[in-house]
Ligand binder design. Structure first.
Ligand code: SAM
Length: 227
């Protein structure tokens, strides 16, 4: 499914979110600036898709540290998505085709993990969080940006109508990828609430968990630290 979506993925992100997705990814980048400002920090963007988060991380790192910064590693298990990422990212960026649930790096080998709009798709949330905790070095951080469900009365109803009736129709038609954008809507519907994800992160051994709802709760950013 992700392979079929890849050619029009960026276009649909901008179109369906009215470019708010760019703001969300930048918000994530700002939230982890203290790690990005360390030139030797090992940064891993999982479920990187066509590389927009990795690109935002690279730019912020370049701004903070200059070219001495260690390149970001961007990873996804879908080759067509990685091909899209390759066209955007600087040649130094490490691209790795791998499953985020069983990542081929040793324990404690990463200082920052980011996952934007990919976590919801993983088969087992607890196992995925344990895998992230395994990969993180002590004091390493993980930042998860994901869709959520707005709760603000009035806005929630209008958004629900857009998300369930309008978005899947446009997404399915423009992507030409069957009912991929109906899947998006269903997967957000059954995803954890921000509070539940916070608890799952704690259970996986992560600490200092905090979350911030973005754009009236349409998406949510969680950040946590491995002790
Ligand atoms: C909705 S896209 C998000 C892409 C990108 N992070 C962004 O912000 O636009 C979700 C991505 O997660 C990837 N993905 C889903 N499950 C995965 C897994 N188990 N391991 C690696 N990548 C996975 C898909 O291939 C897809 O590229």
């Amino acid at each position: 499914m992700f392979g079929r979506v890849a050619p029009r993925y960026d276009l649909l992100n901008r179109l369906l979110s009215g470019r708010v997705d760019v703001y969300w990814r930048n918000r994530l980048t700002k939230a982890v600036r203290s790690t990005l400002s360390q030139p030797q920090a090992r940064v891993l963007d999982l479920c990187c898709g066509t590389g927009d988060v990795a690109l935002a991380l690279e730019r912020e790192r370049m701004r903070l540290c200059g070219p001495v910064a260690r390149p970001v590693i961007a990873s996804d298990f879908c080759r067509p998505m990685l091909d899209g990422a390759q066209r955007k990212l600087r040649t130094a960026t490490g691209l790795l085709e791998a499953d985020a649930m069983r990542f081929p790096l040793p324990d404690a080998s990463v200082d920052l993990i980011t996952v934007a709009f990919g976590f919801r798709n993983l088969a087992n949330y607890s196992a995925a969080l344990e895998e992230f905790a395994r990969l993180l070095a002590p004091n390493g951080r993980v930042a998860i940006l994901e869709f959520s469900q707005p709760t603000l009365p009035g806005f929630a109803q209008v958004f629900d109508l857009y998300f369930k009736q309008v978005l899947p129709r446009i997404g399915n038609a423009v992507s030409g990828a069957g009912d991929a954008y109906s899947y998006l809507q269903r997967s957000v519907d059954r995803f954890l609430t921000p509070e539940e994800l916070g608890v799952a992160m704690q259970r996986a051994g992560l600490r200092d968990v905090f979350f911030e709802r973005l754009t009236f709760g349409v998406s949510c950013l969680h950040v946590a630290r491995r002790p």
